[in-house]
Design a protein around this ligand. Sequence first.
Ligand SMILES: [Fe+2]
Length: 299
Amino acid sequence: MTFQLKALEASIGREVTGLDISQDIDAATSAALHAAWLEHGFLLFRGIGTSPEAQLRLSRCFGELEPHSIPVFRHPDYPELILLTNEGGPTGPVYDFDGEQIHGRIPWHADGAYLPTPNSGALLRMVRKTQKGGQTGWLDLALAYDELDAATKEEIKSLEAVYLFRTGLEEMRFNNPGGTRITPRKENYPHFPPVLNPLVWVHPETGRTVLNVSTLNIDHIHNMPRAEGDALIERLIAHILQPRFQYIHDWDNNDMVVWDNRRTLHAALGHPVDQIRVIHRTTIKGTVPMGRVMEEMSA
Ligand SMILES: [Fe+2]
């Protein structure tokens, strides 16, 4: 083995140590990294993300890369990298939380939960960290499913939820963090029709059963009275947000994390708007549909 796996303080995910990505990664090491990613849900690499080339080299171990579905987020020089930064001004909405102006706060979600085929994963590289705030969290929905009681597993096994594209925290129906929006809404996003996703999903590569609830985009349970469905969603979200299913990372520059987007949620805690943060992200292309587009169903 050309790397080792080390437990994190949380019981989920793993840290990869001893890996050299300054040159090409051989096929056996690439396959072993891919297997570790599937087995553990997310992997942390401390300090080795020293260039876009190193990030792209590592990212390709986990599948085919794809540019972001919204072109404005793509890095101008590396189309497979997404540039996430507030250098030159906020690029995302700014909210006032208890008198502090916070940029980049995104509650627990899977990327592209509003798409019928979400991406398989993504890899973040911290290029420039903030001195305050800016942590990112991951949580394991396979472990969360395992620890559901039998009655709830039976109750949800055939249910679907409606997911919507959302552009602001104020639109969230569940796990809404509050705060007051300071920057105006942008209206130039593409149209994303509502998507139906199963509450329980079998991971296409590992066979693990996943409790599929993404708090940012979930709107309601399909074919269930609203009050009853909302109470179920509240209960499932309270379950998945238990700290034992979570790991929160305090970044150093050149740290990288790759996650399996079909099994985990992640959350950006945000940072004071006057602090500059630069992140490069790659996206690993999704290959298996999870949900169904509602407009196509009725067409
Ligand atoms: Fe995300």
